[in-house]
Design a protein around this ligand. Structure first.
Ligand code: PHE
Length: 342
């Protein structure tokens, strides 16, 4: 075959292969095969010197033209492939900004926490400070300093969890009264929310429950200040319509002592079988009283100069009343179907 015809043949073979290739790697292989050092076209160019003189010029020209055309076609094809690859990548990486976003689940506050926040906010508004203390408490702070010495019958009423000799899970937040007074001089205005523990379990008692302690010590404080403060607090939490009543009571660390009841929101006193108020129409909400002078002496305050009042309430029970929840145990079972309702 004439050399020129072979060149044409190689060229059309190469152009067809280039047109059919679909990756830059395949194009590189074709370049080596048709234009590389040992390619047939390269060999032809090298052998031009041995051709008859009249053929040399023509063969040289067509070989060069063929090389250039193959080279250009490879470049064009490479540009086309690069563009297609880029478009493909852009398509794959495209973000549809109109798609709805991922909705992260939103938590909500536990009913007890709502009451705690509400009560604490109320007292902070009156100028009270917030303090928190340990849940594992010494026997001394939890009992003895509050007028309940070892062997006192009031200790058995509180169904205490003992941790170790002289250490208990606090049965009340009242030890915070002692801790606060030992750490500062009067005047004292403090509220102390926290967890408390007693061995008890029924629809209105759980082994862990919450209390909020309040303590005020100043010159000239009276039971009237206590009553007015608690009445305003009850209205703040339960609304202006709430009925309250004070009953005389007894605590070892207050004298006189009272209990504050609120009207039962669930049955309004009309249902003798009401699980919450048990038909009484009233719910015990807190214990309170004037700080016993013996307690003031215990912490080094002068009872002739200062008087004080203290109160301790159960925010869990207050939440039952406020939200109409019949069983306190639901609060601590962690059932999301229950918790999501608030
Ligand atoms: N600590 C008492 C209780 O748990 C409540 C209380 C607090 C009473 C403060 C009087 C003063 O029953």
């Amino acid at each position: 075959m004439a050399v020129s015809a072979r060149i044409e043949e190689l060229k059309s073979e190469a152009l067809a292969a280039v047109a059919a290739s679909d990756s830059t790697a395949a194009l590189e292989d074709l370049r080596v095969r048709y234009l590389g050092r040992s390619a047939e076209l390269t060999e032809i160019k090298k052998s031009i010197g041995s051709l008859p003189a009249e053929e040399r010029k023509e063969v040289g020209r067509s070989a060069n033209l063929a090389s250039r055309e193959i080279e250009e076609t490879i470049e064009e094809q490479r540009a086309g492939i690069a563009l297609a690859e880029r478009e493909e990548r852009l398509r794959a990486e495209a973000v549809d900004v109109t798609l709805p976003g991922v909705a992260f689940p939103k938590g909500n506050l536990h009913p007890s926490q709502r009451i705690i926040d509400d009560v604490v906010d109320f007292f902070v508004g009156l100028g009270y400070r917030v303090a928190e203390g340990p849940e594992v408490e010494t026997d001394y702070y939890n009992f003895t300093a509050l007028g309940i010495p070892p062997g006192h019958p009031a200790r058995t009423m509180q169904d205490t969890f003992f941790v170790d000799e002289g250490l208990v899970l606090r049965t009340q937040t009242s030890p915070m009264q002692i801790r606060t007074m030992l750490s500062q001089e009067p005047p004292v205005y403090v509220v102390c929310p926290g967890r408390t523990y007693r061995r008890d379990s029924d629809p209105t008692h759980t082994p862990m429950f919450h209390q909020i302690e309040g303590l005020a010590v100043d010159r000239g404080l009276t039971l009237g200040h206590l009553k007015g403060t608690l009445a305003a607090m009850a209205r703040h939490v339960f609304g202006e319509d709430v009925k309250i009543r004070l009953r005389p009571s007894y605590f070892q660390f207050t004298e006189p002592s009272v209990e504050l009841d609120v009207s039962c929101f669930i049955c309004g006193g009309d249902d003798p079988g009401c699980k919450v108020c048990k038909g009484a129409g009233w719910l015990e909400m807190l214990g309170a009283g004037m700080v016993d002078p013996g307690v003031l002496e215990e912490v080094g305050y002068d009872p002739e100069e200062y008087t004080g009042y203290a109160f301790g309430m159960g925010p869990d029970r207050m939440a039952m009343v406020k939200y109409g929840i019949p069983d306190l145990r639901l609060f601590f079972e962690g059932d999301l179907r229950f918790l999501r309702q608030f």
